[in-house]
Ligand binder design. Structure first.
Ligand SMILES: *Cc1c(COP(=O)(O)O)cnc(C)c1O
Ligand SMILES: [Zn+2]
Length: 420
């Protein structure tokens, strides 16, 4: 009789992912479509056994998030899957913005360059690759907008069905940019937190639906690490001194921090100190409020802001955001809707980059953090611009118009310019 190999706890090939581990009590459970700890209901997170990973291995990979596949919970064959290919977005040296903000050196990580124009393509790419391995066939999500775009597009490209739930008050552009991919788009009369509750209910009933940010959330969340990896690699394999990250559920911020730590632990970068700063809109600033009050728990709020992509009143990762920001010596600030619009216009005017409201939140928060002495003006600063201004035209439309409307005459143009 030949030896039979003992089956391991799971037969899924999710690359370096070893298990799911509880962020609260550390209890480990085999890789599966689970998101809450059976012991304490705490959120689960992917735990890894990384092999040796060298810079050259990453550098020889594709110019997309898949160059980091050795650090993600996806099959090693992921490149051959018909995924979208997010990532590889530009890191822009933003000297004119730096000058306007009173900072010595600023880099803008411009994630508007992803397939559906926001960083959500990264998390959906990883969620889809993991969901396929876990046996799902339908991609689903509750969304504040950008996730809806990314899920519908990725599902279309993979030949999957999609079910997308959004608040009915969503920006028209984000509705259209989801509907065009021809999945099932459902507008729900309620805010994001209502839509999210609905998704949890449906996820429990439909076991073949991969709700990317609910039942496969541990995998989805890891996709945000690629933003941190890219920033460090594009800086020439080193960590920035300070980074400003917008907060919705807070997942992205905690994963950028995780990415920096992993790169340090794996010896891919020197373990230099860095500070993580969080940005919210005042109309939905539960994490900023908890930070300022010195609390460890985040009190839910009812969102009221033009920054709808960040309008999550009960952010799942709130406490972990507070941990990461406090541990690294950063801070969290929030800005009014008027400041958000000014932030969008400042970035456009200085760097030629048109960000959506979330980007306005990041830029305006950076400005406030400089003014209050929390961002060090001499330290190198990275701003994460996570979505495209074409998605939120309404936010700025009332402040913008042509300088003049004139008859087709050269003199009329010159007169208009002279009056400027
Ligand atoms: C979703 C989103 C964020 C933040 O995401 P979290 O990980 O939930 O904090 C930031 N910017 C944009 C444009 C988004 O769509
Ligand atoms: Zn637990």
């Amino acid at each position: 009789m030949t030896a039979v190999s003992v089956p391991t706890s799971t037969s899924f090939d999710l690359g370096p992912a070893r298990a799911l581990s509880c962020r609260e009590c550390g209890h480990e459970t085999p890789l599966a479509a689970e998101y809450a700890c059976v012991e304490c209901f705490g959120p689960l997170e992917v735990a890894y056994d990384f092999g040796r990973i060298r810079r050259e291995d990453i550098e020889s990979g594709p110019r997309s998030i898949w160059r980091y596949r050795g650090l993600l919970p996806v099959p090693s064959t992921v490149q051959s899957h018909p995924n979208t290919e997010p990532g590889g977005t530009r890191l822009v040296q933003a000297d004119r913005l730096a000058k306007a903000l009173g900072l010595r050196k600023v880099w803008v990580k411009d994630d508007t360059g992803n397939p559906t124009h926001s960083f959500k393509d990264r998390v959906v790419g990883v969620a889809l690759a993991a969901a396929r391995e876990l046996g799902f066939t339908v991609l689903a999500c509750p969304s504040t907008g950008n996730l809806a775009n990314a899920v519908a597009a990725a599902a279309a490209r993979a030949g999957w069905e999609s079910v997308v739930l959004v608040p009915s008050s969503l920006e028209q552009a984000k509705i259209l940019m989801t509907a065009v991919y021809d999945g099932a788009l459902i507008a729900v009369d309620g805010n994001y937190d209502d839509v999210n509750r609905l998704a949890q209910e449906l996820a429990a009933e439909h076991e073949d639906w991969a709700f990317v940010n609910v039942n496969v959330r541990p995998y989805y969340a890891e996709g945000s690490k690629t933003l941190g990896y890219e920033v460090a690699e594009q800086l020439g394999w080193r960590l920035p001194d300070q980074i400003v990250v917008p907060i919705a559920s807070g997942s992205q911020l905690t994963k950028v921090d995780k990415a920096f730590r992993e790169f340090g632990e794996l010896g891919l970068v020197e373990q230099t100190p860095y500070k993580v700063f969080g940005a919210q809109a005042t109309g939905c600033s539960p994490v900023s409020a908890a930070f300022k009050d010195g609390h460890d728990v985040v009190r839910p709020v009812r969102p009221d802001t033009i920054a709808r992509s960040l309008a999550i009143g009960a952010p799942a990762d709130g406490p972990y955001v507070l941990d990461a920001v406090r541990r690294t010596g950063g801070a969290i600030e929030d800005v009014t809707d008027e400041e958000v619009v000014e932030g969008i216009r400042l970035l456009a005017r200085t760097e030629g980059i048109f960000a959506e409201t979330a980007g306005g939140v990041t830029v305006a928060t950076a400005k406030k953090l400089v003014e209050t002495g929390k961002l060090d003006p001499d330290a190198e600063t990275v701003l994460l611009i996570t979505g495209d201004g074409l998605k939120t035209l309404d936010a700025v439309s009332h402040t913008l118009s042509p300088l003049a409307t004139v008859p087709p005459s050269a003199q009329a143009v010159l007169d208009a310019l002279a009056k400027r």
